[in-house]
Design a protein around this ligand. Structure first.
Ligand SMILES: [Zn+2]
Length: 234
């Protein structure tokens, strides 16, 4: 049977890889999202432009209706003009006609302004849509690659998890518990090398007697300084 410490070394190797893969699996979607940010911004810009065009078109229609109503009122006033009997009435209707004419002119000015907005904003949209399409196509390629990478990592992860189960079975539950706790507390590093009497977890030198004990490898030993499980490495 394999010695417990050797199993723990293997477990640490596997868990090191698992930790790395899980980190990548978390980071890749975030990266994809980050890469899409410029597309998202361009999309928002296009939508804002389209909304502005729509608003201007509605406003223009409203003004148009108002202009038509004013023009109809003007015709009526002009018809009434010939029917007035007194000078006073004539002056009043004349001033009213002038007012309506001014109002029509002012409305037509606003309508022109809206038409200008429509024309300018509408012209800006197609190149932006074209640029977005291009950028989205580029993004699509990268996204596809990233998704392939994720699929590969998930496959690797499944294999590692399976291998891990096989190893865990060969270690006492007590040491598995200690190992798990260390893995969480010590930044994913529970089992470390002891190289030239130096612990590779905390980089502290340990006494010669301790080195001898670790070297035997017949039981699981932890570093007196950092509490990590140590194994002897040539
Ligand atoms: Zn240590």
């Amino acid at each position: 049977m394999e010695r417990e410490v050797e199993s723990l070394v293997k477990l640490q190797e596997i868990d090191g890889q698992i930790i790395k893969i899980k980190k990548s699996l978390k980071e890749i979607p975030e990266e994809i999202d980050r890469l899409y940010a410029s597309c998202r911004a361009a999309k928002a810009e296009i939508e804002a432009g389209e909304a502005e065009v729509k608003r201007a078109e509605l406003k223009r229609k409203e003004i148009d209706i108002e202009v038509e109503a004013k023009k109809a009122a003007l015709v009526k006033l002009q018809q009434n003009q010939s029917a007035v009997k007194t000078n006073k009435e004539y002056t009043a209707i004349l001033s009213e006609i002038e007012n309506v004419k001014k109002e029509i002119l002012s409305l037509e000015d606003s309508e022109l302004e809206e038409m200008e907005v429509i024309e300018t904003k509408k012209g800006l949209i197609p190149p932006k849509v074209a640029a977005l399409k291009e950028e989205e196509a580029k993004f699509g390629v990268i996204k596809g690659e990233k998704e392939k990478e994720v699929a590969g990592l998930k496959e690797d992860l499944a294999k590692l998890e399976e291998a891990r189960l096989g190893i865990v079975g060969g270690v006492s539950s007590g040491w598995i518990g200690t190992y798990q706790k260390l893995l969480t507390q010590k930044g994913g590093l529970a089992v470390v090398k002891l190289l030239n009497s130096n612990c590779h977890g905390c980089h502290t030198d340990v006494p010669p007697q301790f080195v001898i004990e670790v070297r035997k490898g017949d039981k699981v030993i932890t570093c007196p300084n950092c509490d990590r499980i140590v194994h002897y490495a040539e």
